[in-house]
Design a protein around this ligand. Structure first.
Ligand SMILES: [Zn+2]
Length: 589
C-alpha cells in the first residue's frame, strides 16, 4: 500500500525554479552561485511557511552539486544531490533555535563547524528562528560567525528580523522573502491537484489561498484537509463549508441592502449569519475586507490589488459600479470603527446592528430623508458642507503659504483659528446637529497666545495641510483613551483627578468640552491640555479632535450659543480672526 505523505512535504520544492512566489530572490541566489560569489553568512527573513528553509536547503544542495544544469539548478542526479534528497548528506546541518536555543546546542554546532566536508565543497549550517537563541548562545556563536572556516556557510532564518542584533545583521547578506500572493498559491495548488488526480474549482483554491494568508505550507495543509473531506472533488461550496468561511454572496446581499437603504433587510441578513454560527467580529472584518475589495475593483488602476480570479474581479467591478467612492470610504471607516470598538462594547450585537444601520444610511446621505428626531443617526453630509470643507482646506493651504513667507506668529493665529471656526464642516461623518457649533479653541477664548505657541501653531497648521488624520471614532473610544491617559500618568495626581471628574462631553463633531469647577482647576489643567489633546489625537487617529475647558459658573454657557453668537464672539475677541474672516470672506452656512 502506498504511504500517504502530506502535500506540504510531498510538494516541497527541490529546485530554485519550483519555489513559488520568490522569483527575484531565487534568481539572485542562482546568480551568486553561478558566478561563485558566495557570502559566508546569509540571513533569510520573512513570515512562516513562505520557503525560507526550502530555499536554504536548495542553496546547500546546489553549491555542492557536481554537475549543475545550464540554468544554475542542482542536477538531482550526482552523488551529492542524491545524498541531499535522501536526507543523509553530512554537508547540511539544521538547527531549530526555537527548540534548541541553549549554549550547549550552539557549542555542538561550533564543534561541527571545525570538521571539513568529506564530499563536496561546502558545509551549510542552517539555523532556523535564529532570534530565539539565548543571549549566551548568541555570544558563543558570534565569534564563529565572524571568522568561519572557508568551507562553511551559515544560513540564518528568522520570522522576526527586528529582533536580530546589529552585530549579526552587519555580518550577513540579507534576503527578504515575500508573502506569496493569492494567485501564486492558487496556481500552485491547481498543479498539485492535477498531480493528485483531484478536481478542484479555481474559486475553491482561491478561498484556500486567501485563508493561508501568504504561507504556502499552510495552503497545502488546508488543501489536504479540504481534499480529504471533499472526496476528490473540491468545489467552492464544499470548501467554504469545510473551512467555515462566510460566502461572499452574503456580502453581496448586504451591499444591495445598503444601496437601497433597506435597514430591515440588512439586520435580517446579519441574523442569518449569526444563526449559521459565524462570529460577529469575523463578520465585521469580512465585510470590511469586501468593501475594500470593492473599492480597489472599482478603479482599473487599483484592480491589480485585488488578488483573485478574473471572474471574481469582474463580479466585484460590476458590484462596485453601483457605489460612489465616497460611500465605500465611509463604509470602510464604519467597519473599522466597529472593529476597534468591538472588544470594549458590552453589547456586541448592538454594535454591529448599529453599524449596519449607519451603513444603510450612508449610501445616499441627505438630511431630508429618514427620521428627524433626536435618535437620528444620519450623518449630515450636505453638498454645502463638502464645499465648505474644500474651501477650508484651500484657506489653510493659503495661510500656511503665507506663514512661510511672512510673519509666522501672526499668520499662525489665523490658520489655527480658521480650523476652529470651520471645524463643523471638517467632520462630515459625525453627527453634527444643526444649530450647534464647536466652541472656539482655548487659545482664542483666553485671548493670549505667546510667540512660541504661535510658532508651534504655525507648524501645526503646516502639518494639517500636509496630512491630516481624520479617522472616524466613537464616543466610547474617546472615553477609553481618556481612561488610558489617566492610567498611564499615575504621578500627575492633580491633573488626572480633574480628568476623572471632568470627563469630556461631545458638543458637536470632534469638539469636546470638559467642565471644571473652578478657575484654579482650570489653571492647573491648561498647561497639560496640549499634551492630552495630542495624546487623544494620536490614539483616535484624528487631528480634528479638540477639547475646550469650561468653568462651571452656572450661567448660560457658549454651548447654548447659536452659530451667529459664536462667530460674533470670535470676531469681537480676536482681531486676527476678524481680518482673516474678512480677507477670505467667511460666512456662516
Ligand atoms: Zn547534482
Amino acid at each position: 500500500m502506498e504511504q500517504y505523505i502530506v502535500s506540504a512535504r510531498k510538494y516541497r520544492p527541490t529546485t530554485f525554479s519550483s519555489v513559488v512566489g520568490q522569483r527575484a530572490l531565487t534568481g539572485t541566489l542562482k546568480n551568486a552561485i553561478a558566478t561563485d560569489r558566495l557570502a559566508h553568512a546569509y540571513l533569510f527573513c520573512g513570515s512562516r511557511g513562505i520557503g525560507k528553509t526550502s530555499c536554504a536547503r536548495i542553496f546547500a544542495k546546489t553549491i555542492n552539486c557536481a554537475n549543475p544544469t545550464a540554468d544554475g539548478e542542482a542536477c538531482n542526479e550526482c552523488e551529492s544531490c542524491r545524498s541531499f534528497n535522501e536526507g543523509r548528506s553530512m554537508n547540511i546541518v539544521e538547527l531549530d533555535a526555537a527548540s534548541n536555543n541553549g549554549i550547549d546546542d550552539i557549542r555542538e554546532v561550533i564543534e561541527m563547524v571545525q570538521m571539513p566536508p568529506t564530499h563536496g565543497r561546502y558545509r551549510v549550517f542552517i539555523i532556523d528562528e535564529v532570534h530565539m537563541l539565548s543571549s549566551a548562545a548568541f555570544n558563543a556563536f558570534l565569534k564563529t560567525l565572524e571568522e568561519p572556516p572557508s568551507y562553511v556557510i551559515f544560513i540564518l532564518a528568522t520570522t522576526e528580523k527586528h529582533k536580530i542584533i546589529p552585530t549579526i545583521l552587519s555580518r550577513c547578506q540579507i534576503y527578504d522573502f515575500n508573502r506569496i500572493t493569492v494567485n501564486d498559491i492558487a496556481e500552485h495548488l491547481a498543479s498539485v491537484a492535477a498531480n493528485e488526480g483531484i478536481s478542484a474549482e479555481r474559486a475553491a483554491l482561491n478561498v484556500i489561498a486567501r485563508k493561508a494568508d501568504g504561507a504556502m505550507r499552510d495552503a497545502l495543509s488546508i488543501f489536504d484537509q479540504v481534499a480529504a473531506s471533499s472526496k476528490g472533488n473540491i468545489t467552492y461550496a464544499s470548501t467554504i463549508a469545510n473551512l467555515n468561511i462566510l460566502d461572499r454572496s452574503y456580502y453581496g446581499r448586504l451591499l444591495d441592502a445598503f444601496v437601497k437603504g433597506d435597514v430591515p433587510a440588512a439586520l435580517l441578513i446579519y441574523k442569518e449569519i449569526r444563526e449559521r454560527g459565524f462570529d460577529s467580529l469575523f463578520f465585521v472584518n469580512g465585510l470590511g475586507q469586501y468593501l475594500r475589495d470593492l473599492m480597489v475593483a472599482q478603479n482599473p488602476a487599483t484592480a491589480c490589488l485585488l488578488e483573485d480570479a478574473d471572474e471574481v474581479k469582474a463580479e466585484m467591478a460590476a458590484a462596485a459600479a453601483k457605489c460612489p467612492p465616497q460611500f465605500l470610504y465611509r463604509a470602510m471607516a464604519l467597519c473599522n470603527d466597529a472593529d476597534l470598538n468591538y472588544r470594549a462594547a458590552s453589547n456586541k450585537q448592538f454594535l454591529v446592528e448599529l453599524t449596519l444601520i449607519k451603513l444603510c444610511q450612508s449610501f445616499s446621505p441627505s438630511p431630508s430623508d429618514g427620521d428627524n428626531g433626536e435618535g437620528q443617526l444620519k450623518p449630515i453630509v450636505t453638498k454645502q458642507a463638502e464645499a465648505a470643507k474644500e474651501t477650508k482646506a484651500d484657506e489653510i493651504a493659503k495661510a500656511a503659504k503665507i506663514a512661510k513667507e511672512a510673519d509666522v506668529a501672526k499668520v499662525a493665529n489665523i490658520a489655527k483659528e480658521a480650523t476652529a471656526a470651520t471645524a463643523p464642516a471638517s467632520t462630515p461623518a459625525s453627527t453634527v446637529r444643526p444649530g450647534r457649533i464647536p466652541l472656539p479653541k482655548i487659545s482664542l477664548r483666553h485671548g493670549l497666545v505667546d510667540e512660541k505657541a504661535a510658532a508651534n501653531a504655525a507648524q501645526n497648521a503646516a502639518d494639517t495641510v500636509r496630512e491630516k488624520r481624520t479617522r472616524a471614532y466613537s464616543p466610547e473610544a474617546v472615553n477609553t483613551f481618556w481612561e488610558s491617559y489617566i492610567q498611564s500618568h499615575p504621578s500627575a495626581k492633580v491633573i488626572i483627578n480633574t480628568m476623572r471628574t471632568a470627563k469630556p462631553r461631545q458638543i458637536g463633531g470632534d469638539s469636546y468640552v470638559m467642565t471644571v469647577d473652578s478657575e484654579i482647576q482650570s489653571n492647573v489643567l491648561k498647561p497639560a491640555l496640549p499634551e492630552i489633546v495630542g495624546y487623544m489625537r494620536d490614539r483616535l487617529q484624528n487631528d480634528n479632535f479638540d477639547i475646550v475647558v469650561e468653568i462651571n459658573t452656572g450661567e448660560s454657557s457658549p454651548m447654548t450659543w447659536t452659530e451667529r453668537e459664536v462667530y460674533n464672539y470670535m470676531v469681537k475677541e480676536n482681531q486676527a480672526f476678524a481680518s482673516f474672516a474678512e480677507e477670505f470672506k467667511l460666512t456662516l452656512l
